[in-house]
Design a protein around this ligand. Structure first.
Ligand code: GRF
Length: 208
Protein backbone atom coordinates (compact mmCIF):
# COMPACT_ATOMS: atom_id res chain seq x y z
CA UNK A 1 0.00 0.00 0.00
CA UNK A 2 1.49 3.39 -0.88
CA UNK A 3 2.41 5.19 2.28
CA UNK A 4 0.62 8.39 1.33
CA UNK A 5 -2.65 6.65 2.06
CA UNK A 6 -1.86 6.85 5.78
CA UNK A 7 -3.82 9.77 7.11
CA UNK A 8 -4.42 9.04 10.76
CA UNK A 9 -0.78 9.09 11.81
CA UNK A 10 1.96 11.72 11.71
CA UNK A 11 2.87 12.68 8.18
CA UNK A 12 6.60 13.10 7.77
CA UNK A 13 8.22 14.64 4.70
CA UNK A 14 11.95 14.11 4.23
CA UNK A 15 14.21 16.55 2.38
CA UNK A 16 17.38 14.87 1.15
CA UNK A 17 20.17 15.60 -1.33
CA UNK A 18 22.29 12.48 -1.11
CA UNK A 19 22.27 8.74 -0.82
CA UNK A 20 19.37 8.78 1.61
CA UNK A 21 20.57 6.22 4.13
CA UNK A 22 18.82 8.21 6.84
CA UNK A 23 15.66 8.34 4.76
CA UNK A 24 15.98 4.56 4.51
CA UNK A 25 16.25 4.29 8.29
CA UNK A 26 12.97 6.21 8.54
CA UNK A 27 11.32 4.13 5.81
CA UNK A 28 12.40 0.95 7.60
CA UNK A 29 11.03 2.01 10.97
CA UNK A 30 7.88 0.13 11.83
CA UNK A 31 6.22 2.81 13.93
CA UNK A 32 2.48 3.15 13.83
CA UNK A 33 2.46 6.78 14.97
CA UNK A 34 4.04 8.17 11.79
CA UNK A 35 5.20 7.41 8.29
CA UNK A 36 7.20 9.07 5.54
CA UNK A 37 4.60 10.36 3.08
CA UNK A 38 6.83 12.28 0.70
CA UNK A 39 10.42 13.06 -0.24
CA UNK A 40 11.72 16.30 -1.73
CA UNK A 41 15.20 16.61 -3.21
CA UNK A 42 17.23 19.32 -4.90
CA UNK A 43 19.25 16.64 -6.73
CA UNK A 44 17.51 14.71 -9.53
CA UNK A 45 20.09 11.93 -9.25
CA UNK A 46 19.90 11.58 -5.47
CA UNK A 47 19.90 8.03 -4.19
CA UNK A 48 17.21 9.18 -1.79
CA UNK A 49 14.78 9.44 -4.72
CA UNK A 50 15.41 5.84 -5.70
CA UNK A 51 14.86 4.74 -2.13
CA UNK A 52 11.57 6.64 -2.08
CA UNK A 53 10.49 5.04 -5.33
CA UNK A 54 11.33 1.54 -4.09
CA UNK A 55 9.24 2.21 -0.99
CA UNK A 56 6.37 3.61 -3.12
CA UNK A 57 6.71 6.98 -1.45
CA UNK A 58 6.04 9.89 -3.83
CA UNK A 59 8.77 12.45 -4.40
CA UNK A 60 9.40 15.84 -5.95
CA UNK A 61 12.56 17.46 -7.30
CA UNK A 62 13.16 21.17 -6.87
CA UNK A 63 16.46 22.26 -8.39
CA UNK A 64 18.40 25.21 -7.11
CA UNK A 65 19.33 26.34 -10.63
CA UNK A 66 15.68 26.88 -11.58
CA UNK A 67 15.26 29.60 -8.96
CA UNK A 68 16.43 33.17 -8.82
CA UNK A 69 17.49 33.32 -5.18
CA UNK A 70 17.27 31.55 -1.82
CA UNK A 71 13.78 32.89 -1.06
CA UNK A 72 12.43 31.71 -4.39
CA UNK A 73 14.05 28.29 -3.92
CA UNK A 74 12.74 28.04 -0.36
CA UNK A 75 9.21 28.83 -1.48
CA UNK A 76 9.40 26.14 -4.15
CA UNK A 77 10.73 23.56 -1.68
CA UNK A 78 7.97 24.43 0.80
CA UNK A 79 5.31 24.24 -1.90
CA UNK A 80 6.57 20.79 -2.92
CA UNK A 81 6.57 19.62 0.69
CA UNK A 82 3.09 21.05 1.28
CA UNK A 83 1.71 18.84 -1.47
CA UNK A 84 2.18 15.98 1.00
CA UNK A 85 0.39 17.80 3.84
CA UNK A 86 3.21 17.20 6.30
CA UNK A 87 3.03 17.37 10.06
CA UNK A 88 6.82 17.48 10.25
CA UNK A 89 9.74 18.03 7.89
CA UNK A 90 13.00 16.15 8.39
CA UNK A 91 16.17 17.46 6.75
CA UNK A 92 18.21 14.28 6.33
CA UNK A 93 21.30 15.16 4.37
CA UNK A 94 19.63 18.11 2.67
CA UNK A 95 22.58 20.19 1.51
CA UNK A 96 20.87 23.51 0.83
CA UNK A 97 20.18 26.23 3.36
CA UNK A 98 16.51 27.17 3.49
CA UNK A 99 15.55 30.81 3.86
CA UNK A 100 13.55 32.15 6.83
CA UNK A 101 10.21 31.71 5.07
CA UNK A 102 10.51 27.95 5.63
CA UNK A 103 10.04 28.56 9.35
CA UNK A 104 6.92 30.58 8.59
CA UNK A 105 5.49 27.68 6.59
CA UNK A 106 6.38 25.06 9.18
CA UNK A 107 6.95 26.76 12.56
CA UNK A 108 8.81 24.48 14.99
CA UNK A 109 8.08 21.59 12.64
CA UNK A 110 11.42 21.26 10.80
CA UNK A 111 14.27 19.22 12.24
CA UNK A 112 17.80 18.74 10.93
CA UNK A 113 20.38 16.02 11.31
CA UNK A 114 24.01 17.12 11.56
CA UNK A 115 27.16 14.96 11.77
CA UNK A 116 28.93 16.73 14.65
CA UNK A 117 28.27 17.85 18.18
CA UNK A 118 26.93 21.32 17.50
CA UNK A 119 27.85 24.10 18.01
CA UNK A 120 31.18 22.55 16.98
CA UNK A 121 31.73 22.11 13.25
CA UNK A 122 28.58 23.47 11.63
CA UNK A 123 28.31 23.61 7.85
CA UNK A 124 28.58 21.18 4.98
CA UNK A 125 31.72 19.33 6.16
CA UNK A 126 31.12 18.54 9.81
CA UNK A 127 32.98 15.23 9.74
CA UNK A 128 35.96 16.49 7.72
CA UNK A 129 36.25 19.62 9.85
CA UNK A 130 36.27 17.65 13.12
CA UNK A 131 39.06 15.42 11.80
CA UNK A 132 41.07 18.37 10.50
CA UNK A 133 40.74 20.13 13.86
CA UNK A 134 42.07 17.10 15.69
CA UNK A 135 38.94 16.58 17.77
CA UNK A 136 38.99 13.41 19.89
CA UNK A 137 35.21 13.24 20.12
CA UNK A 138 32.57 14.29 17.64
CA UNK A 139 29.08 12.93 17.08
CA UNK A 140 25.53 13.49 15.97
CA UNK A 141 23.14 16.35 16.61
CA UNK A 142 19.44 16.51 15.80
CA UNK A 143 17.94 19.94 16.27
CA UNK A 144 14.99 22.12 15.38
CA UNK A 145 15.71 24.36 12.43
CA UNK A 146 15.71 28.11 12.93
CA UNK A 147 16.80 30.94 10.67
CA UNK A 148 20.52 30.35 11.29
CA UNK A 149 22.64 27.53 9.89
CA UNK A 150 22.89 24.42 12.13
CA UNK A 151 21.77 26.50 15.07
CA UNK A 152 18.26 25.77 16.40
CA UNK A 153 17.35 24.19 19.75
CA UNK A 154 19.03 20.81 20.23
CA UNK A 155 16.79 17.77 20.59
CA UNK A 156 19.36 14.98 20.86
CA UNK A 157 23.09 14.47 20.69
CA UNK A 158 25.33 11.45 20.86
CA UNK A 159 29.10 11.35 20.95
CA UNK A 160 31.32 9.32 18.65
CA UNK A 161 34.99 8.82 19.46
CA UNK A 162 37.53 9.77 16.82
CA UNK A 163 39.91 6.83 16.49
CA UNK A 164 43.57 6.90 15.53
CA UNK A 165 43.78 6.29 11.81
CA UNK A 166 40.22 7.44 11.09
CA UNK A 167 39.62 8.94 7.70
CA UNK A 168 36.47 10.86 6.82
CA UNK A 169 34.68 7.80 5.46
CA UNK A 170 35.41 5.61 8.47
CA UNK A 171 34.37 8.27 10.97
CA UNK A 172 31.28 9.20 8.98
CA UNK A 173 30.32 5.53 8.84
CA UNK A 174 30.27 5.26 12.65
CA UNK A 175 28.41 8.57 12.89
CA UNK A 176 25.78 7.30 10.47
CA UNK A 177 25.21 4.15 12.53
CA UNK A 178 24.16 6.46 15.37
CA UNK A 179 22.10 8.66 13.04
CA UNK A 180 20.11 5.72 11.72
CA UNK A 181 19.03 4.76 15.23
CA UNK A 182 18.62 8.23 16.73
CA UNK A 183 16.65 9.90 13.94
CA UNK A 184 13.64 7.53 14.06
CA UNK A 185 13.62 7.82 17.87
CA UNK A 186 13.47 11.60 17.63
CA UNK A 187 10.75 11.55 14.99
CA UNK A 188 8.64 9.29 17.19
CA UNK A 189 8.98 11.67 20.15
CA UNK A 190 8.23 14.64 17.92
CA UNK A 191 5.10 13.14 16.42
CA UNK A 192 3.82 12.06 19.82
CA UNK A 193 4.17 15.63 21.09
CA UNK A 194 6.80 14.63 23.63
CA UNK A 195 9.22 17.43 22.75
CA UNK A 196 8.68 21.04 23.78
CA UNK A 197 10.85 24.02 22.89
CA UNK A 198 11.61 26.37 25.80
CA UNK A 199 13.96 29.03 24.48
CA UNK A 200 17.09 27.16 23.44
CA UNK A 201 16.17 24.10 25.49
CA UNK A 202 14.10 21.19 24.27
CA UNK A 203 12.21 19.38 27.02
CA UNK A 204 11.68 15.68 26.51
CA UNK A 205 14.44 13.15 26.70
CA UNK A 206 15.50 11.05 23.75
CA UNK A 207 17.28 7.96 25.01
CA UNK A 208 20.99 7.60 24.29
C1 GRF B 1 24.28 12.50 7.15
O1 GRF B 1 25.45 12.00 7.73
C2 GRF B 1 23.88 13.80 7.78
O2 GRF B 1 24.34 13.98 9.07
C3 GRF B 1 24.53 14.82 6.88
O3 GRF B 1 24.46 14.27 5.60
C4 GRF B 1 24.48 12.86 5.69
C5 GRF B 1 23.40 12.32 4.81
O4 GRF B 1 23.53 10.96 4.61
N1 GRF B 1 23.85 16.10 7.00
P1 GRF B 1 22.41 10.12 3.88
O5 GRF B 1 22.10 10.80 2.57
O6 GRF B 1 21.21 10.06 4.78
O7 GRF B 1 23.02 8.77 3.66
Amino acid sequence: MPRDTVDTAGRVVVLASGSGSNLQALLDTAESSWSVVGVVSDQPEAGALQRASRAQVPSRVVEWRDHSDRNDFTEAICAAAEEFAPDFIVLAGFMRVLGPSAMAHFPDRIINLHPSLLPAFPGAHGVRDALAYGAKVTGVTIHFVDEHLDHGPIIAQEAVEVLAGDDEAALHGRIQEIEHRLLPEVVTKLVKGELAIRGRTVKGRVSA
